[in-house]
Design a protein around this ligand. Structure first.
Ligand code: ATP
Ligand code: LTN
Length: 344
């Protein structure tokens, strides 16, 4: 039996957080044995927010180095950069014509990001989920491992696939979100009622994957808790401590009950240090490998070129089918014709 197909991606917006790691990459790593995995760097999505072009290039390569350092093995998984496979933008345009304004207006990420970037509410930000749907549908993905916050985008992707299939016949596989683990929504350390985010401007709210051990320890020590001083899981009454319990549980594999028992009679001080130490240990091998890889552009280039070639074969097949279904002549043939004329 053939393996199920996975596709996922992360925007190249900067340093990744512990939320990105526990909600996404750590699950990706575990899935490599049992699934056919495609992991993408979403550089086109990044354009929806203003970025310095040089930073975007740097962030893209750094993210690639980080995927590999975190255990995504290019021998097992296909790793590529979204913009290298032009089919993503092409399919996104087509899907845009099958997406309603009302559907996009309901997306909470659009509402959040437009509030955060009120001076730049561009139409790319609005149609962001359609490009994401194209990313997924091109690869006929069965499962999409993401954090809790992406669930709504996945629902739209499913609706678009079903809509297109019902008009033109079976074209896209309808994917399922794969949201897993006790840390599918890691919260901020300073604001434990909002998700930890790479672009948070609150100091000490996010743990970054490249934070030094002393910085990690300091951030956990400063984490907002409550005055009860009892390590007990209760998201409503104790969001700060509950978030720390989830992080500790995701890393050590211990259950919440085990953790409550382990810290019975001990205060928050001891618990915070234990969580920080677990995180430091977990991130250590990745940080070491990252330092090595980040300064090896030749190796990274080899990976993303091979990745794009492999991705293009799959994406092209789906796009060809879509063009045939909507009766637009297949663009790839036109491209090759132009190339032959130029070479003559
Ligand atoms: P930004 O702050 O730029 O919006 P982000 O930190 O929200 O970025 P994304 O690039 O949007 O990160 O997300 C990449 C992946 O990480 C997605 O699968 C997303 O669901 C997951 N993710 C992001 N933040 C968290 C979090 N706090 N907890 C769990 N998963 C998360
Ligand atoms: N929107 C996602 C990043 C992303 C993605 C994808 C995730 C872009 N394309 C395809 C899964 C599948 C986010 O995490 N903000």
């Amino acid at each position: 039996m053939s393996k199920k197909i996975i596709l996922s991606g992360i925007q190249a917006t900067g340093n990744l957080t512990l939320g990105n790691y526990l909600g996404a990459i750590n699950n990706w790593k575990k899935m490599q044995e049992d699934y056919e995995c495609n992991y993408m760097i979403a550089d086109l999505h990044t354009l929806t927010i203003r970025n310095n072009p040089e930073n975007l290039r740097k962030n893209t390569l750094n993210l690639l180095a980080l995927y590999i350092s975190a255990g995504i093995n290019p021998e097992k998984s296909n790793i590529f950069i979204q913009s290298h496979v032009a089919e993503h933008a092409e399919l996104a345009w087509i899907l845009n014509c099958y997406t309603y304004m009302g559907e996009l207006s309901r997306m909470t990420q659009f509402k959040d990001k437009s509030a955060k970037h009120a001076d730049n509410i561009n139409s790319g930000l609005f149609t962001y989920p359609v490009l994401m749907a194209a990313d997924i549908l091109l690869y006929q993905a069965d499962l999409v491992p993401v954090g809790e916050d992406q669930k709504q985008h996945l629902e739209l992707t499913r609706d678009l696939a079903e809509r297109f299939n019902s008009i033109y016949g079976e074209t896209f596989k309808v994917p399922e979100p794969f949201i897993q683990g006790v840390a599918a929504r890691v919260m901020g350390l300073q604001e434990p009622t909002s998700k930890m985010s790479k672009s948070s401007s609150i100091p000490n709210d996010s743990i970054f994957l490249n934070d030094e051990p002393d910085v990690i320890l300091k951030k956990f020590k400063k984490a907002v808790t409550d005055s009860e001083n009892i390590v007990r899981f209760d998201v409503k009454e104790k969001p700060g401590i509950s978030n720390l319990i989830s992080i500790y549980s995701a890393i050590t594999g211990k259950t919440k009950q085990d953790i409550e028992k382990e810290f019975e009679g001990k205060g928050y001080g001891d618990f915070k240090v234990a969580v920080a130490e677990a995180v430091i240990e977990e991130l250590k091998p990745m940080q070491e490998k990252y330092k090595e890889l980040k300064d090896n552009p030749d190796y990274l280039e080899k990976i993303y070129k091979t990745g794009a070639e492999k991705a293009k074969i799959i994406a092209n097949k789906t796009l060809k089918d879509v063009y045939e279904k909507i009766r637009i002549s297949f663009i790839e043939e036109r491209k090759y014709e132009c190339l032959q004329i130029m070479l003559k």
